[in-house]
Design a protein. Structure first.
Lengths: 160, 160
DNA sequence: TTTGGGGTCATACTTTCGGCTGATTTTGGG
DNA sequence: CCCAAAATCAGCCGAAAGTATGACCCCAAA
């Protein structure tokens, strides 16, 4: 029973079309028995039927074929300027300045925007130690503050 | 002449339908003169016409109804690598962040390694004012300290 | 064994920075 | 002329950064 109802729902349009056609044929048979139609204009009659069923066909097409939505994806390129990722560590300057590995690490994190406390946490050392390395770093780079150290470090190719 | 051609192209389906109908009517008139059709099965004949024109209607519907088009615009970021030496000021980001000219000036001098006092001297303003601009700058760049501001500023293309 | 380099840590102190509050003046657009 | 935004300035205070001093540890080379 549910299967039959499902069938009805699905093919509603087709069933309606069949019923309509059957009714029309019955009407036609009735008129034929009356002998009214064929005494006048056959072309007009046929033409009316043709147009009527064309309209039916159009209606049927609308029902059967869901108009597919065509999705057009337009990609618009937005240019984003990115500095070249070609950082080449300047080993020569590193040697020349006599920086230690630890000092370079501190400089890198400094440039990344971390506070001394945060640097300590990341390198698993105390704030005291960060300050010591920092102080030594400034001396070797001949600067007075971290912003200068960062600027000098980038210029010398020690940090990206 | 071009307008007529345009008309033909646009209403191609409708014109075809009209021609087809006219031809059918002519055929029917010819058969009527032969008195062949009405001696057999009228219902079969009418039924055939009905189905034929239904098919025509369906075809017409397919032609007349254009499938809806939905346009989606997708912005694709295209990374353009520029040599490091070619700093391109990111005007868009500047506008977006709502920085003021003065704030940008302070950021530039910050990145160059100057202290607030020194920045004040260079811009002919007081230490107080530098601090104010600095504070506003941090807010707009969503950072907590100058090293972060510098880092963010470089990333966003606000400073070289 | 001694020496030098690098790393770690603490403490005390000074300087600079950053947040907050409030006020006034200047500038540019409607 | 009016108004909002930008710029300027001051004062106070705690946080963070920077300086100076000293101590201890480890390791390799002389």
């Amino acid at each position: 029973m549910p299967a039959f109802r499902d069938f009805l729902t699905r093919h509603k349009a087709l069933i309606l079309y069949g019923v309509f056609l059957a009714l029309l044929l019955l009407l036609l048979r009735w008129l034929e028995l009356r002998l009214l139609v064929f005494n006048h204009s056959t072309e007009m009659y046929i033409g009316a039927i043709a147009i009527l069923f064309t309209a039916l066909g159009i209606w049927l097409a609308m029902k059967l074929t869901r108009p597919k939505e065509k999705t057009i994806i337009v990609e618009v390129e937005k240019e984003v300027y990115v500095p070249k990722a070609e950082f080449v560590f300047n080993e020569a300057e590193f040697e020349k300045r006599g920086l230690s590995r630890r000092e370079l690490e501190v400089l890198e994190l400094m440039a990344a925007g971390f506070s001394n406390q945060e640097i300590g946490a990341r390198l698993f050392i105390s704030l005291s130690t960060v300050k010591t390395h920092s102080s030594n770093l400034f001396e070797k780079l001949d600067v007075k503050r971290r912003t200068q150290a960062i600027e000098r470090g980038k210029k010398l190719g020690l940090i990206p």
